[in-house]
Design a protein around this ligand. Structure first.
Ligand code: ADP
Length: 176
């Protein structure tokens, strides 16, 4: 187990291309597919992914469920359901932290060493990006402190602006 700094990576690019043990999907509670990163993951994984998702009976907001990765380079997909941003007074921060934590627990239980997250809830679901990246970094940092197994957690950013927000959040993880 390396220092915390070595175990958190920030990558700019498409999460469907990453050869990690598990990629996390920003899914909706039906788990039946959607737009954004969810659509990209289903397109890249092939129709077997939707077939497995249909057997899972959906997923609560703040929770996550595991499937195989099919045609993806990643072995598993962890489908996490983040909150829709409704102004911040409806427990959105707790729900967002919870879906990061549940994804990490599932990955660890499955024996994963490497996992990559998109910026859950910051697209169609409208969560302010600076707050969401702070919560993501804080929750992952807390988890890594008590989990010796996970080697690296990658924050996969679709663009450089988002990557810059993660770099700032990693510099001050306590503010998440
Ligand atoms: P949500 O509904 O949870 O907001 P979205 O998929 O709309 O989910 O957006 C979540 C984040 O994923 C956004 O920051 C978006 O820019 C990013 N994103 C979209 N496609 C990809 C991709 N292929 N790889 C990595 N990130 C992506």
């Amino acid at each position: 187990m390396g220092a915390l700094d070595d175990r958190i990576r920030i990558h700019t690019g498409d999460i469907t291309r990453l050869s990690v043990d598990a990629i996390v999907n920003a899914a909706n509670s039906s788990l039946l597919g959607g737009g954004g990163v969810d659509g990209a993951i289903h397109r890249a994984a092939g129709p077997e992914l939707a077939a497995e998702c249909r057997t899972l009976n959906g997923c609560e907001t703040g929770d996550a469920k595991l499937t195989r990765g099919y045609r993806l380079p990643a072995r598993y997909v962890i489908h996490a359901v983040g909150p829709v941003w409704q102004g911040g007074g409806l427990g959105e921060a707790k729900l967002l932290a919870s879906c990061y934590r549940r994804s990490l627990e599932i990955a660890s239980d499955q024996g994963c060493l490497t996992i990559a997250f998109p910026a859950i809830s910051t697209g169609i679901y409208g969560y302010p990006k600076d707050e969401a990246t702070g919560i993501a970094v804080h929750t992952v940092t807390d988890f890594l402190r008590q989990d010796p197994q996970l080697e690296t957690v990658t924050f996969c950013c679709f663009d450089e602006r988002l990557a810059e927000l993660y770099r700032r959040a990693v510099a001050v993880p306590g503010e998440g």
